[in-house]
Structures are given as C-alpha cells and as structure tokens.
Design a protein around this ligand. Sequence first.
Ligand SMILES: [Zn+2]
Ligand SMILES: [Zn+2]
Length: 263
Amino acid sequence: MVDFSENKAAFNMYSALDSSVPQFKVFLKEVALLFGLEFRSDIYIYTVLSTEEKVLVDFLGGCPAEPHCHWGDDIAVRQCRLKNFIESDDFAQYCTGRISGGSVVSLGVRPLLQACLASLKLPQWVKSLHDKLDHLNGHDESFMVIICVNDFNEATLKRMSNLLVHEWLHLLFFSNGVKFQNFMKNDSSAWLLDEGLATWVEARFATGKWDNRQLMEEKFHFLKEKGAPPTVTGYYEKGAWFSEIFCSLPKEQWADKLRGLLQ
Ligand SMILES: [Zn+2]
Ligand SMILES: [Zn+2]
C-alpha cells in the first residue's frame, strides 16, 4: 500500500477511486468496442499526489506549460535546476494557485524522477513521492494519471472520477493511434479535437447518454460569456461537434467514421 501518512485527502481519494476502477474499466471497454479499439487493461494506472508532488512530476516529466517552461525545455536542464525550482517563488505560487487537477505522464520517466529525488536533500514530502512512484505497477509504456487534491468530499470525488475517466480516454484513443495532433501537424489547434473527443465521451460517462450536444453547447456559451479563452471553450465546442457527428450515425458506423475523420 502506498504511504499516504502525510496526506489524508489523497489517501481518501485514492481509496474511493480505487473501488470505482472496475466500473471505469467496464466503461472504457464499452467505448473501445464501439470505436473498434484495442483495450489494454495494463496501461491504465493512476496515483493521487499532493499539489507539490504533482508539480514536481510535471516539472521533471517535461510538462511544456507555465511555469515549468521558464526553467528550460530540456529535462536534463530542469534536473540541474530542480532544487532551485523547489525553493523558488514560481513553485510556491503554483502550488497555492492549484487546488486540484490531473495530468498524464509516461511511467518511463520514473527512473529519472527517482534518481533526482534521491540525489537531493529535500523535504519529507519528496521521500513520500519516491515511495509512491515505487508502488505504481506498470511498464515504461504505461502512463500515470496523476490526480492531486487538497480536500476530499463528494464534489471533488465526482470531479476526480470524471477527470480520471477523461485522461484514460485519452490513453485509450492515443494507444490506438487516434490522435488528431499527429494527423494534422499544420493545424496548431488540432489538439483541441483530441480534447473534444475525450470531453464528449467523458460526458457519456457522466450523463449515461451519448447525445450531449446540448450540454456541450451550454458549457461552451457559459465559459465564453465568463471570458474563457478558446483553448478552454474549445473542449466543449469540439465536444458538441463530435456529439453531433456521431449521434447522427448508427453506432455500427462509429468505428469507420472515427478512422475517416483522421484522414
Ligand atoms: Zn505543468
Ligand atoms: Zn484532456
């Protein structure tokens, strides 16, 4: 069992999600069958980390987003700057700014991460991260979905359940070569199609129905009116698009349609 002694919220979240994993996998299998995809049960792993731990894994896992990008694109460079990063204002601000969330990192970075953690004299939470990584059962091709939470309640559990399913849907599609970013290299917003697809199918998990166009459009308008950027509203805009396309076809045609969209 993973040592969660430092973080009760993470322990509760891990346990609650753990008991739902069979249900999540039944759903993923249903999606795989519908879209003609292979479901490899062994690549779907996850852990629950504190915010600090998640930021650190993102940092060394090569996350290209802010604030990590200011510390170099190259992982070797970041590795050298790790201690400075942890002691920086960037790190402190990022950790207090983020309440909860998730990301996907290849388990292939685990040896590097653990070597970094072992080489530095760092606070106690770093040791606990080292142990948590040890307990993840998976090979290098596996991806760890990292969820971080600072509190555990009904609302966060529901959000994190949907988030885990969303990230696992990305893995399902990507591990089957369904990745719009790779097929549309000249279109810098192609990744939003990958997000839209996962967001639409995630909505099926949450609502129990496939036709989620109205829900997606409502979210799109709601966020737009709040001033959210296209990189955020796009999830729902594209989600509505996928819902419309697929729900106008019989399910027997979904597998072919998905492959067709990638060409
Ligand atoms: Zn990041
Ligand atoms: Zn996503």
